[in-house]
Design a protein around this ligand. Structure first.
Ligand SMILES: NC(=O)c1ccc[n+]([C@@H]2O[C@H](COP(=O)([O-])OP(=O)(O)OC[C@H]3O[C@@H](n4cnc5c(N)ncnc54)[C@H](OP(=O)(O)O)[C@@H]3O)[C@@H](O)[C@H]2O)c1
Length: 434
């Protein structure tokens, strides 16, 4: 292994939450980083949109590039850190050009890697360069390194994860406070925990980007965002959270990927009810967690902060340390040219247990209609809850099922939704035993 003693000359594009955190670590921990790598990690140039913005960073002696892509061609830069974000535009151009011009790349950009990871990995390999993206999934949790290196001897069976801190914060707060989704989301936005446009987080897209990367690493294939089943948390109400607790579950937005015996890969993001004593059920607030099942290692559980300046910059700088030490490896576990397309397993072929909440007019025969639909769809009911209420008022009937094919559940949901006594679309949440 070579440990050149020349400085590693770094250019950073993007000085927001993560970029600011990286600059801070590079400056405050300079001696420690140099002791660990045998090299100076030298910040040569930076770029962001607005040079006049007050960032609370000391950038004396660091060159400012108005055009971020200038970092890709600068002769005095060895490594470009892309912290702008987005699958297209400047971020993608910068990363492509940096690799084309012989510079290693570190990025925290999950959207970019999920959409273009295979193409960028192939380019990095062709040029003998590093393309590292530890911070793209689960912030401070070293999940990329764990899958690619620490557990590389394993055949992965299933990975189940909480990958979006905003959703976990909202669900945890709804449960603790008994408040409803819109109310908690508005508070999270006011506190800066959720974006002004929260759709990326709460509709499951952010989790999907991360899961696509995890699935590609675990099951050795090219990331495939199109093959993901994605549902977010907008439809989760305090009523569901209340019933979950009564049934011994908590509701979490999970990303789940699993390889089936026929080689197809499940990639799904949706709210799940999980038993209160499952490790993932104990992950609160904005924390992330990843549970990995590997054939030799068994079950492994990692929990930590999935976002924010410190945890994300910790992961970015870990990648810088690797590259400063000369450790560049195939970005997607195996050489990109050898990676097959992911063969997706269709959600309709899933088998599992389900929670159903039906808001109905309480008239004689309603339960019989529901029972008949379950019978016709071949669904076996495991439990049923209906609380006392005033006559003729809408009432929630909650059912849980035994193991049921998803296709039969969808058939039953369609039939239940068209009952004249149904006051709202039936609510279905999958029950998982992670
Ligand atoms: N925030 C987190 O906790 C977190 C966690 C994991 C991964 N990530 C990923 O890390 C990346 C950065 O996220 P962030 O939260 O740090 O974003 P951010 O706070 O919005 O910062 C983005 C930075 O990019 C700069 N920028 C935007 N367009 C640019 C352009 N065309 N040329 C040069 N600079 C440009 C902005 O400049 P101005 O400052 O001048 O506006 C800003 O400094 C994203 O890919 C994100 O998904 C973030």
């Amino acid at each position: 292994m070579t440990q050149p003693d020349s400085p590693l000359r770094i250019g950073i594009a993007g000085l927001g939450t993560v970029g600011g955190g990286v600059v801070t670590i590079l400056q405050q921990q300079a001696a420690l980083l140099s002791a660990r790598t045998g090299r100076t990690l030298q910040l040569v140039a930076v770029s962001a949109r607005d040079q006049s913005k007050q960032r609370g960073l000391s950038l004396d002696g660091v060159r400012w590039e108005t055009d971020a892509t200038a970092l890709a061609t600068a002769a005095d830069i060895d490594l470009v850190v892309e912290l702008i974000g987005g699958a297209e535009g400047t971020a993608r151009t910068l990363v492509m050009q940096a690799l084309q011009h012989g510079k290693h790349v570190v990025t925290a950009n999950k959207a970019l890697i999920a959409a273009h990871g295979a193409e960028l990995a192939a380019l990095a390999e062709a040029k003998g360069l590093g393309l590292a993206f530890e911070a793209a999934v689960a912030g401070g949790i070293p999940i990329i390194k764990t899958l690619r290196e620490g557990l590389a001897a394993n055949r992965y069976q299933r990975i189940t994860a909480i990958l979006n801190g905003t959703c976990n914060y909202i669900l945890t707060t709804m449960e603790k406070s008994g408040r409803d989704f819109d109310d908690v989301l508005a508070e999270a936005q006011a506190k800066g925990y959720a974006e002004a446009d929260p759709s990326f987080d709460i509709d499951g897209v952010d989790t999907a980007h991360k899961l696509a990367i995890v699935a590609a690493l675990a099951f050795q294939c090219r990331p495939n965002l199109d093959a993901l089943h994605i549902e977010g948390i907008r439809r989760i109400s305090k009523t569901d959270i209340h019933f979950a607790r009564e049934l011994g579950y908590r509701i979490k937005l999970l990303g789940i990927t699993e390889q089936r015996e026929d080689g197809t890969v499940e990639q799904r993001v949706h709210p799940c009810m999980i038993p209160l004593n499952a490790p993932l059920a104990t992950v609160d607030d904005a924390y992330n967690a990843v549970q990995i099942a590997g054939d030799s290692v068994g079950r492994l559980f990692l929990e930590g902060r999935g976002a924010g300046a410190g945890p994300t910059a910790s992961a970015v700088v870990a990648d810088l340390i690797d590259l400063a030490r000369g450790h560049a490896m195939p970005p997607l576990v195996a050489p990109a040219a050898t990676l097959p397309a992911l063969r997706p397993a269709d959600i309709s072929s899933l088998q599992g247990e389900y929670y159903l909440r039906l808001t109905v007019v309480d008239r004689p025969g309603v339960l019989a209609d529901v029972a008949a639909i379950c019978r016709d769809a071949g669904i076996s009911v495991a439990s049923l809850i209906q609380h006392a209420h005033a006559p003729e008022e809408p009432v929630d009937i909650v059912l849980t099922t035994h193991h049921t094919p998803e296709s039969q559940m969808q058939q039953a949901l369609a039939a239940m939704g068209s009952l004249p006594t149904m006051m709202a679309p039936p609510q279905m949440i999958r029950i998982e035993a992670p």
